[in-house]
Write a protein that binds this ligand. Sequence first.
Ligand code: PMP
Length: 762
Amino acid sequence: MDLSLFVSPRPDVDADTAGRIATDLYGISGQATELGGERDRNFRIAAPEGSFALKICNAADNAEAPTAQLLAMEHALRRDPTLPIPAVRRTIDGALTGSFSRAGATHQVQLVAFIDGVPVPREAPTPELRRSVGRVIARLNRALRGFRHPGLDRDFLWDVTLLPTLRDKLEHVEPDRRELIARQLDGFEIEVLPRLGHLPHQTIHGDVHGANLVVDPREPDRIVGLVDFGDISYGPRVLDLAIAAAYQLIGSDPKAALAQVASAYHLVDALDDEELELVPQLAAARLVQSYLISAWRATVDHSNLDYILADQADVWEALAGITPHPSGALYAAIRRACGFARAPATPTPDAVAAREATLGPALSLSYDEPVRLVAGEGVWLEDTDGNRLLDAYNNVPHVGHGHPQVVGAIAAQLRRLTTNTRYLVDEVTEYARRLAASMPKPLSVVMFVNSGSEANDLAYQISRVVSGGRGVVITEHAYHGMTAATATLSPEELGKERLADWVTYVRGADTLGRPEAGDLVSGELTAAFAELDARGHSPAMIIFDGMFSSDGIFPVPAGYLRAAYATARAAGALCVADEVQSGFGRIGPAFWGFATDGVVPDIVTLGKPMGNGHPMGAVVTTPAIAAEFAANWHFFSTFAGSPVAAAAGMAVLDVLETEALPERAVEVGSLLRSRISALGYGRVKAVRGAGLFTGVELEGATVAGFVVQELRRRGILIGRTGPGLNVLKIRPPMVFAPWHVDLLVEQLDSALALYEDLSNRS
Ligand code: PMP
């Protein structure tokens, strides 16, 4: 590393000269008073129009660094205008930096507003102050995100990620302190450094030291200024938090101090669990770095000793305080404070009874041994006892539980703006356009709703208006929703005897499981329309699930939709594709289930996976149908199509594309099905599906129920479906990988073997 910046003397400038520089370059006349500085000279200029901080930069610094620092400050203030950082003052000529030459050296000059107040006191900071620190750095990090400049790319002594280069400074450390510091260096190199590359990186402040944090003495728990951008660099985003936390450790309980700064940060700028895990070790690394730098510099620069050694005693105390705590224990405290893992919930007498009493008894609960969850990440769920469960069932977290890109997009948009579709918001239109582009023409109008049920309900309203009829044909064991209209399109829940008289069905599993299904459906539909007609209803729509999920999971049989759509259209019905389960690339590589049969529906309905957990749904239709509906009916839904929903939906599409998830679904899903088939159990009657949507038909409901419960006990979540409840439903988040397949198949094998064993014994 080039250390010239740290060994070359500070600019030789006194207060009078500084005052003159301020006048010449910035047109500001005021009283100059010197402030401290490691490599530069800093002055406060008290002028009639306000106070300013003037920095005469070290001539040995990277030529672009001073410009980069000021541009970063301007960028951050544009993004967050009330951020308590100094405003940049440009020179009389409008330049970012000025310059000053002396003794053959040219120094760049910066001028920024001086924020009145005092540095945060060194004595044990209060929890309120720590939280204020956490919030301010989170805001700054958010505001700096996206800023890049070549002036930030310098090898810099205070860059924590370069800590190992300071190992040769150990010789300057007092012998009785050397061992502890050496151990910390080893730990950093082995455990921390290899993981840093994977963390989110961005432009960071790099020196959130107490001296750079300003408080108002009348209100000492609130940060009113974060100053000195001289160490700004590009690095892991979590570093600012770790650096700030390091300096908050002095005289404090490390667990409380770290948890308070981190949790306040996390509220404003959500961190990944992996970032949080490294906070204790990164904070310790900063302290080690500070100690080594001051020990070394004290031997080479005797002119600035007070400044160089000002921190050393405190830094040692903080390091000695944090070292005895295992980093895992500190991380656990941070995690809990950030809400990643709550402490085991206050034991309620009976969580199941409490749920039923408060949410009502209408909702059934999955599994004999109910799952009590606190967190989710990727394909994993975590329960209150800290157990990890492999989620092979849920399709709402489509691109994985808590996908950072989706969470980030939702949080950012919610902070910026949310409103309804009565206003123009470009992002909403853009998302609708992008979504429609994934469908065949002329499907191009997207009407947003909040759930799959609402989408199907709206599809029915549209179909009634456009067809003039009322009748609906579904499949025998379908599920289409919970509104008054869609509940009666859901024999899976309601029972087929209780459907309204304007609803009838074609056969489900009996037909869908046969190779000639495509030849049969026309006849079945014709009979269904005749039955509706006999009840006095002309047809409004047919609606089929793109994977016939609740009928037992059947990929669309070849020719099935083509024949059905032709028959339905001839009868005057609209053709609705319910893609709530099968859509968004799940069956891969096709994005939609209907597409596998080469048809174009009149209406497509969407829901569950669309926002990765943000509640949203949509009806996609043609301009002609949308126009006819609009001319005769009314439609608006307050939350539907909000900018937040659009941000969530757009992020899901982005992730699907960048992570090539529909293509991966094909590979991983085929692997899963071939592995299950290869297990060779006689009780497995069929293994079918497409992409990451798999049905395993078992001999009967008993064995299927046993397997589902047994897998849950073994930490794997799947479900079952079909009219006989004998089809295992395996429908994991799309980030399911081959090694998850291994885990699942291994346990499925054991569960089936156990069932055989128990049956043989009884
Ligand atoms: N259609 C299908 C095919 C579904 O599976 C579901 C939900 N399971 C719905 C519609 C209704 O969606 P929601 O529960 O989000 O309203």
